[in-house]
Design a protein around this ligand. Structure first.
Ligand code: TRP
Ligand code: SF4
Length: 400
């Protein structure tokens, strides 16, 4: 299989909590060992909605990177960087804006949804309308094949795919493309050339996606082909011109099943979170004061875990025997709620402990974090510079 490149970003708008950890971050941790990963702080995206509170962004950028590192993001296998420190994103955003129909942006569902949801803020800005295009620039810059995102972000990835297609369609044409593609096929050698033609036909005549995938993989593996020839062969497979920008796939982040302190989904806007660096005392306090089944007025009143948010946490943090103990004790009135909450407190503290220990070195010495990010910025810029060279050339801006 061709090498996958994963890219994902997060807006720095506050502390990360257990919901982020159990949804997004655990997913990142897995991916960083399987693929080449780029994880970045989307600070410009944060400004689209928080333009009037820049101080929150500034602080959250570093706190968020510390949370990532504490959770186990490993800078020796993933590239961690900050969007605004790779100004090529802004250049690509500008260039892509030239070919982006206004209607494509206006019909992205988050545009109207968020304006309604955040009605206290004036989001009728150019920057906010352009939010998904900036995201497309983030993704296309790295020729990412996979973008792990939550469900709400799928339209943004679809927009990205459409923009890549439009870009390749407009700028992927070069004089004598067919001839050049045919020359490139010869370079594959007889056997592979035949296979390529067969798979190309199969895809173009009957829309065989598997043939397309295998042909792509075969091309990616060729060591003796120039980048230009690879792009021609990839483009020729689908009938069009050169593929300059790659259409990404989205990879749905497994939904975080993390319930908050009130039984609703854990989310900052519900004020029901436990943050990754919450002190043990505060964790204890927060769980001790959680609401329970209202039927249990006195300690001896029987209750039912289905009516209790604490039970939802037991489902995550407790093993079968503890869960049995809760079920029996709650329904018979045999255990008290404070008693019942203790294993949950222990479970949360146990999950947070290694993260909080890892965070200490970074909070004590912020230069560690700055160095990791500086290195990541440089790595990201190297890729970004290459993409921009191709994009500028394609758009007739290759002169100097
Ligand atoms: N819009 C994303 C979010 O709110 C953040 C983001 C910005 C992003 N650029 C991206 C995610 C590129 C993935 C890829 O979650
Ligand atoms: Fe909830 Fe446990 Fe109290 Fe039952 S005993 S109401 S499950 S906290």
């Amino acid at each position: 299989m061709a090498v996958e490149r994963v890219l994902s970003g997060m807006r720095p708008t506050g502390n990360l909590h257990l919901g982020h950890y159990n949804g997004v971050l655990k997913n990142w941790l897995r991916l960083q060992h399987e693929h080449e990963c780029f994880f970045f702080v989307a600070d410009w995206h944060a400004l689209t909605t928080h333009y009037d509170t820049p101080e929150i962004i500034e602080e959250s950028v570093w706190e968020m990177v510390i949370d990532w590192l504490a959770a186990g993001v490993d800078p020796s296998s993933a590239t961690v960087f900050i969007q605004s420190k790779v100004p090529e994103h802004a250049e690509l955003n500008t260039l892509l804006s030239m070919i982006t129909p206004l209607s494509w942006l206006e019909r992205v569902p988050t545009y109207k949804d968020q304006q309604e949801k955040l009605s206290g803020k004036d989001l009728a800005t150019y920057g906010f309308l352009g939010y998904p295009l900036l995201q497309s620039a983030d993704i296309l810059m790295y020729k990412a094949t996979q973008v792990p995102v939550g469900e709400d972000q799928i339209p943004h990835i679809e927009l990205t795919r459409e923009i890549a297609r439009r870009f390749n369609h407009i700028y992927g044409k070069e004089a004598g493309f067919e001839d050049k593609a045919k020359e490139a096929i010869k370079k594959l050698g007889k056997k592979r050339a035949k296979l390529y033609e067969e798979m190309r036909n199969s895809h173009q005549e009957s829309g065989d996606d598997e043939a397309l995938e295998s042909a792509r993989a075969m091309i990616e593996e060729q060591q003796n082909l120039s980048m230009g020839d690879k792009e021609r062969l990839l483009g020729y497979l689908e009938g069009g011109g050169k593929i300059i920008l790659l259409e990404p796939e989205y990879k749905l982040t497994p939904a975080s099943k993390m319930p908050g302190l009130d039984g609703q989904k854990m989310s900052k806007s519900y004020n029901n979170t436990i943050s990754l660096r919450e002190s043990p005392d505060d964790v204890t306090k927060k769980i001790r004061t959680m609401p329970t089944d209202p039927a249990r007025v006195r300690r001896t009143d029987p209750g039912d875990p289905v009516n209790c948010p604490v039970w939802q946490l037991h489902e995550i943090y407790s093993d079968d025997s503890v869960q049995d103990w809760v079920q029996t004790g709650c329904k018979s009135g045999g255990i008290g709620c404070i008693e019942c909450k203790q294993p949950v407190i222990d479970g949360v503290l146990k999950e947070l402990k290694p993260m909080q220990e890892r965070a200490v070195q970074y909070t004590e010495d912020p230069s560690l974090v700055k160095n990791i990010v500086a290195e990541g910025n440089e790595k990201a810029r190297k890729v970004a510079r290459e993409t921009m060279r191709d994009v500028r050339d394609a758009m007739g801006l290759g002169y100097s």
